[in-house]
Design a protein around this ligand. Structure first.
Ligand SMILES: [Mg+2]
Length: 191
């Protein structure tokens, strides 16, 4: 089984744009592509798990989302890397509380992570979730992973005592550094 790093998309891998629908608005966060590259080199499977309520709200079609992701792939490829899989949840929420699981497939539900683990033989106990919101942190923990909050996107607005917050880092580049350091330490502990 392969360890994974599950990545939130908006505000974690690419710059936060409220209800992003245009490929032209896709911008990788500085250092994000290098972070993905380093994690893949270390053997992590990189999976984007993204709530895309823009689809449920009727603001974007699945074909439109595929165009946004094609542009994201293009920019990652320009920097010599890519992600291994993308899972999205199209549901529009009716509840604002980021701690309430409204549907298992929508974060903070663990459904997208569990499905990815089944489909790609991923080891959730050795996997991480990196994101900029409380619902990202809880989705990771609900799937049995460790969670890291970045300060990009909405991350700097999350209060220190918010539910699910166990570790904070400045951005995805710092998250990758921490994950790779912990991985080396754990490997050394293993007889
Ligand atoms: Mg986000």
């Amino acid at each position: 089984m392969t360890p994974a790093v599950f990545l939130d998309r908006d505000g974690t891998l690419i710059e936060l744009v409220h209800h992003l629908t245009e490929p032209d608005d896709v911008r990788l966060i500085p250092g994000a592509a290098e972070a993905v590259k380093a994690l893949r080199r270390a053997g992590f499977y990189i999976v984007i798990v993204t709530n895309q309520s823009v689809i449920g709200r009727g603001k974007l079609t699945e074909a439109g989302l595929a165009e946004v992701h094609a542009e994201m792939h293009r920019q990652l490829a320009t920097e010599g890397t890519n992600v291994d899989a993308i899972y999205f949840c199209p549901l529009a929420p009716t509840i604002k509380d980021p701690t309430v699981i409204e549907d298992p497939m929508r974060k903070p539900g663990p459904g997208m992570l569990l499905q990815a683990a089944r489909e790609h033989d991923l080891d959730l106990a050795r996997s991480w979730m990196v994101g900029d919101t409380i619902s990202d942190m809880l989705a990771g923990q609900n799937a049995g992973c460790r969670s890291l909050l970045v300060a990009t996107g909405y991350g700097d607005r999350v209060p220190p005592d918010a539910p699910g917050i166990t570790a904070r880092v400045p951005d995805l580049a710092a998250a990758a550094d921490l994950i790779l350091t912990e991985t080396v330490l754990n490997d050394e502990d293993t007889p």
